[in-house]
Design a protein around this ligand. Structure first.
Ligand code: FMN
Length: 442
């Protein structure tokens, strides 16, 4: 069978470009407008994507640092993702529906329950992106004054995931004979109490939702710390990556896949989907013009704030058209500081403006400005040389750039046989090429 790319469309707010909302054709109020999200989901179905993906954290972040001009950003308010996907499940047919949820600030029973419902409502199209949270603002909304350490969060997330999957197995697939003749609605022999008692959770069960159509929903994970990669290898089905260049993406791909064997899993049990941000044009010049137009919409105050978010010193008061003064690495931003972008800063003596434009261009993930052919070349190279099993498409402006991606890049990927022309299968697991998950009691 031909190996095809898995494609996710990440529909974060109005897009991955910080000035997306200022684009003349963008619906600036789209964050809270259901019709906006529905339009994006339909575009994803038109492009035969596997799924739409909603990143999330349960907080409004970074309000306390005055250097960060949050008042100029659109990525600020949003819908609660499971509620949003539940509504979308009723008005879409094919697209997978993946929401982010935190294993640090939820109980496994709550998430097992809401995601099982979403899987039933959507006919087996749901997935959960199980994150551990890094934001102090989120911690403060859940009774904490500091973020738990990485080890604690990932240990909890691993147990969380086991409990959640265990709860999904509460009922056998055929537990409900609903026999009107005998009066037996369900079969006691096909009900299982989890009776879990671990370090972080004590859960008796059973779940009050029948076993999800997919058995276990696909679990998405992310992160490049040792703890995060171990968590991905043990619990993840799809790993969302943020590597900016092919060498680091190959290293990450090999590092995660290399850990699977010790968990008794085969290398293709996990799909690696790095993020890609593409500015598409019919000609290279058209793509460059689009890119330049967006960059020009970043006010210096916003740009300087973005540098602050990414761990740079506050450059307020410096000449933004002068060279970047000095760069000190901060913990947690290792990949960023070792990135090709930073190498370029040092090599070329970039100005502060050039630096924040590069950052706001989303180029700490893979970024491409080019024709459909050029973008497909990059994706194909990543896909065929051990850097990716597919991509999480992060359009700069959603839906403006998503439309271009669907109309221009998708046909090129299809022409090359890298992407499906029609939907096959019905569940998200099938679309992703993941086997049905058997119950632990089977
Ligand atoms: C590409 C990528 C996407 C992520 N998306 C989210 C997200 O939507 N919400 C969230 O709370 N954390 C998200 N995370 C953070 C991870 O869940 C994890 O907390 C992070 O990698 C920090 O782990 P560490 O402390 O071990 O480095 C993301 C991480 C990466 C690399």
């Amino acid at each position: 069978m031909t190996r095809r790319m898995n494609l996710a469309l990440s529909i974060a707010n109005l897009g991955y470009h910080y000035a997306a909302w200022r684009h003349p054709d963008m619906p600036a109020g789209g964050n809270m407008d259901f019709r906006h999200t529905l339009h994006c989901a339909r575009l994803a179905e038109q492009g035969k994507f596997d799924l739409i993906f909603l990143a999330d954290s349960a907080a409004v972040r970074d309000l306390d640092n005055p250097a960060i001009a949050r008042e100029m950003e659109h990525q600020i308010v949003k819908h609660e993702p499971v509620a949003l996907l539940a509504a979308l499940s009723a008005v879409t047919r094919h697209i997978g529906l993946v929401a982010t949820a935190s294993a640090t600030y939820n109980e496994p029973f709550n998430l097992a329950r809401s995601f099982a419902s979403l899987d039933h409502m959507s006919g087996g199209r749901a997935g959960v992106n199980l994150v551990t949270g890094f934001s102090i603002d989120e911690a403060r909304n859940f009774g904490l004054d500091a973020v738990h350490g990485s080890e604690f969060r990932h240990e909890r997330a691993t147990e969380f995931c086991d409990v959640m999957k265990g709860l999904w197995d509460s009922w056998d697939d055929d537990a409900f004979p609903r026999d009107k003749a005998t009066g037996q609605f369900w079969d006691r022999a096909k009900l299982h109490y989890l009776d879990h008692a671990g370090k972080h959770f004590k859960v008796r069960g059973p779940l009050d939702v029948a076993r999800p159509p997919q058995g276990h929903l696909p679990v998405f994970t992310a992160g490049d710390s040792d703890n995060a990669m171990e968590f991905s290898a043990r619990c993840g089905d799809v790993v969302y990556g943020g590597q900016p260049d092919i060498e680091s993406a190959r290293a990450y791909y090999a590092a995660v896949k290399g850990r699977l064997a010790k968990h008794g899993r085969s290398p293709d049990a996990v799909k690696m989907l790095p993020g890609i941000m593409a500015f598409v044009g019919r000609t290279q010049q058209e793509a460059q013009d689009k890119f330049d137009r967006m960059q020009a919409l970043i006010e210096p105050k916003l740009g300087l704030g973005l540098l602050a978010v990414n761990g740079f010193p506050d450059y307020t008061g410096h000449d933004i058209d002068g060279p970047v003064p000095e760069i000190a690495a901060t913990p947690g931003r290792k990949a960023f500081f070792n990135s090709p972008l930073m190498a370029k800063v040092r090599r070329e003596g970039m100005t502060i403006r050039q630096l924040y434009e590069a950052v706001s261009g989303g180029f700490w993930h893979l970024g491409v400005v080019g024709t459909p052919n050029r973008i497909a070349d990059v994706m194909e190279e990543w896909f065929t040389t051990g850097a990716a099993d597919g991509f999480n498409v992060q359009s700069p402006c959603i839906p403006v750039d998503t439309q271009d991606f669907v109309e221009l890049v998708i046909p090129e990927l299809q022409r090359r046989g890298l992407h499906r022309k029609e939907y096959d299968g019905t569940t998200l697991r099938q679309r992703l090429g993941l086997p049905q998950a058997p119950s632990r009691y089977a």
